[in-house]
Design a protein around this ligand. Sequence first.
Ligand code: C5P
Length: 229
Amino acid sequence: MNPPRYFGLIPAAGIGARLGVGIPKQYMPLAGKPMLAHVLDTFAAAVIAHTFVVVSAEDGYIHDLVAAAPHWSGRITILFRGGENRHASVLNGLQAIRAQLGDDDWMLVHDAARPGLTGVLIENLIRVLQNDDVGGLLALPMVDTLKRSDQNGRVAQTVERSALWAAQTPQMFRYGLLVQALTQATALTDEAGAIEMLGLQPRLIEGSPRNFKVTLPHDVALAEMFLRS
Ligand code: C5P
């Protein structure tokens, strides 16, 4: 039997409207280089056989980004296959690389909007999951007390937090299972949700606060603090 191979897939076809910076969020400069460059530097240096990046067909920034990073040469392939939401972008990307992957190869799907990922987090994810039957994801246990609101912005309920986690990425599943799950599901915000719909239980592996998703304007300063540290 061949040893398992690990591949990266980075959905980077969003526009990041909530950040309101005028350029797609993944190209916004953070601590000296675009957000997506932080992610690709991490993947290119990690124990990943090859990384695929899904951008929109009209993307006007990716050529310059790749041209400025000769050290990614041979480690990264750009797929102009972005879809109408993250789910569609990931599935389009997976379908485009069918000929290069085996069903048992592992895919690590990671948001372009999480520039704080480190090689250590990737290695830990792979170490825990490499013999797992299902796969899993990085996530953070909830520390705050959680409230569910009603339509008037008042507390309807306090939610027991002891078993609650916030999902991060990478989310790591075998290629064949992931394609099957995403093909059957519709418009989910993460891969694990699609795997759960098959009745399977992805494993939760503790991530890091620095791997948060840059979404709102006030996230920018926090991301820069983590990236410079
Ligand atoms: O918008 P949000 O930050 O939740 O997006 C998460 C990730 O999904 C980002 O990396 C974004 O570029 C990607 N995405 C995508 N295709 C879309 C929408 C989002 O690849 N149509």
